[in-house]
Write a protein that binds this ligand. Structure first.
Ligand code: NCD
Ligand code: ZN
Length: 346
């Protein structure tokens, strides 16, 4: 008898859709399985104002193929010049669901991010007042801090001070990669959640570096030691409502990945739900997948759970494309390195 699992339709609480030809190609990969996604604002130039976000939302909806239903949940990119009243107005109108903090230089297209955290204090205080969450790329950028320590150092030096200075600010620690981040979330009962990617549940740093460098496994924050991957798996499958799915699916074309200076980002939109079913089954926690992918995120953001459902059925090996074609060039789909048997059937 084939095994199957029906869950409320999932959402992706951290997604890169890009723009133009890339947007056109990657949007259906997400919309096929996900009802909504928090859309990252790190375009070039970034999505900074309410006007920028409205225009980007319209471009996303225009790129959606006929017959597909998908709701982009827009965000603004926090800069040192962000106008707190523009943020409040974009929130009040329902246009944006979060503001994104990139420490300047932390990752792809983050040059306009924040250097001096005192300069954004006013915006953060306003966000706390109106209940608008801050999504945080949690890595310091100091040259002397080892890249594998940058998340843990960020928690102590930046995140904890910001949260203490701004009572009531709701924060999502995004794409967490360490047991330090898991522990920090668990120790803070209020106003704090974390997203976990599919790929960080599957790879550790050996997968990137042993037996030859694997550019398609390189993303930021970079995958850490095995003990951290296991801590992420435990958190994701625990049923704790503070942990939820944010794929951080981040397409870059193959020439940009397979380069002497390759871009950071794993493209997982296409096969995420099959991979998650595999991971949750391995952990004996298939009953927790719905919470992680479909319920905990809306719970944190104060949004309704999706009404419709998604069914996964276990069977033959799943075949998905190695790459998808985009007008900008091919994008490699994340390869978990093992066979997957969970098909999304409806
Ligand atoms: C993201 C991208 O390519 O925009 N890359 C990544 O490795 N995750 C940026 C980000 O979320 O850090
Ligand atoms: Zn991202």
């Amino acid at each position: 008898m084939s095994q199957s699992l029906t869950i409320r339709r999932p959402d992706d609480w951290h997604l890169h859709l890009r723009d133009g030809a890339m947007l056109q190609a990657v949007l259906p990969e997400t919309a096929r399985h996900f009802a909504r996604a928090i859309i990252m604002p790190n375009l070039v130039p970034p999505v900074v104002t309410g006007t920028d976000a409205a225009a980007y939302r319209d471009r996303i909806l225009a790129a959606l193929p006929d017959g597909m239903v998908f709701e982009p949940l827009m965000t603004l990119y926090l800069t040192e010049d962000t106008d707190r009243e523009d943020v409040a107005a974009a929130h009040a109108s329902g246009l944006i669901k979060a503001v994104k903090l990139y420490p300047a230089g932390a990752t792809t297209n983050s040059a306009s991010g924040v250097r001096d955290f005192d300069k954004v204090r006013g915006v953060l205080e306003r966000m706390a007042e109106i209940g608008l969450p801050l999504c945080v790329h949690g890595e310091v950028t100091d040259a002397e801090i080892d890249i594998f320590d940058r998340e843990a150092v960020f928690i102590d030096r930046v995140l904890d001070p910001i949260r203490r200075d701004t009572p009531g600010l709701r924060v999502v620690m995004e794409h967490i990669t360490t047991s330090n981040a898991v522990d920090y979330v668990k120790a803070n009962a209020q106003d704090l959640g974390a997203t976990i990617t599919t790929h960080h549940l599957i790879i550790n740093r050996n997968h990137i570096l042993v037996g030859g460098i694997k550019p398609h496994y390189y993303c930021l924050p970079v995958a850490k030691r095995e003990e951290h991957r296991l801590a992420l798996r435990a958190a994701a499958t625990s049923g704790d409502p503070r942990f939820f799915l944010g794929t951080d699916s981040a397409p870059h074309t193959d020439p940009l990945k397979e380069s002497a200076c390759g871009c950071a980002g794993c493209f997982t939109a296409t096969n995420t739900m099959s991979l998650l079913a595999h991971v949750f089954e391995q952990e004996g926690a298939l009953d927790k997948l719905e919470g992680f992918a479909s319920r905990n995120g809306p719970g944190f953001y104060g949004l309704p759970v999706n009404q419709d459902s998604l069914t996964l059925t276990k069977g033959e090996v799943v075949r998905y494309p190695d790459k998808i074609d985009t007008g900008d060039g091919p994008v490699t789909v994340f390869d978990p390195g093992f066979e997957v048997h969970w098909h999304v059937t409806t």
